[in-house]
Design a binder for this molecule. Sequence first.
Ligand code: NAD
Length: 388
Amino acid sequence: MKVGVARETAAGERRVALVPEALGKLTAAGLEILVETGAGAGAAFPDSAYAEAGATIVSTADLYARADVVLRVQKPSEAEVGLLRGGQAVIGFLAPLIEPGLAATLAARGVTAISLDALPRTLSRAQSMDALSSQANVGGYKAVLLAANAYGRYFPLLTTAAGTARPANVLILGVGVAGLQAIGTARRLGAVVKAYDVRSETKEQVASLGAQFIVLKSVADATGEGGYARALTPEEQAAQQAELNGHIAAMDVVITTAQVPGRRPPLLVTADAVRAMKSGSVIVDMAASTLGGNCELSKAGETIVTDNGVTIIAPDNLPATMPAGASQFYARNISALLLHFVKDGAMTYDFAEEITVGTVITHGGQVVQAATKKLLEPAAPAAGGSPA
Ligand code: NAD
């Protein structure tokens, strides 16, 4: 069976689905690896490193013509969709719930689409495949480095002959995978760290990393399904914002990571809260996208400085800014998922098994994953209205 590694073509994407050191495990399983020329260049892995690890370097046309499975990070471009063919599988972050139309197109072409962002993450046997976690980890780390870089003072307490620098006060909002890594990184740099999440189980995790958990009197636990947070009611959200404002004003750095699956990220740092911050403070909004972010003033993909001197950074793809490290973890995840499907040298799909049910979005010319299928169903006609 031939496994192809695609060169990413999305703007700013520097990661690659497989790194050379990950090839050994796949070739040992009898797989032949084809690498699209230049696939690893953005992450500083030259074609020669893949060739030395046993891969064949091929042109774009050859990759799509010869591979049985194409591995990638981001969804294929329109041109790449046109190169994929029936019977071929593609694995990557295909975002079927955000772009169900792509799934429909791939199904129509007879392509089997397998999406890493649809993995059932709470299964312990799926942990080695959890690319959302590995990439959020990179993001949490990098967010702190960006904040430290933009902050015009020290993070640690420093006593020198020239005087004493007090440590930075850092607040992390949202303590999932990214938030936990951000806490650990800010602590390692010597900052005094506080953190807050609506899931009360995170309290102990925050304490174990040496940070202080902020308890809000106005909001009860909001743990939702699958270990994620549920969306707050408008009343809860208003109370949360009002109570958080007091904490935010005292901070030098605020890093926000809060997400609620399938919804716009919750608004945690209002424009008023930003206006109350000191000049020189820094906000990194990891949740920012075109849908909005955790900070009312953040602009996705941009860094702005407010009139009162607060820098707001809203990076759109942090893992891509640490491409070799992020790709190393991603390669482990995608290899584990690929090997899950390989039986006797071929891709095999057992639709009674949870990882297959979750991640296989299209197969045999159909959209098969329930959540994506539901999004593609024509909306029911409104009561009393006539069907279009
Ligand atoms: P995420 O990216 O969906 O959200 C980040 C954090 O934001 C979450 O901790 C969430 O509770 C928090 N949040 C949401 N709304 C908020 C609000 N209004 N105010 C404050 N915080 C808010 O989460 P994630 O990092 O992908 O994962 C979250 C959790 O999912 C994990 O901590 C874990 O419980 C579960 N998970 C489990 C496994 C596993 O079992 N192997 C793997 C990955 C994730």
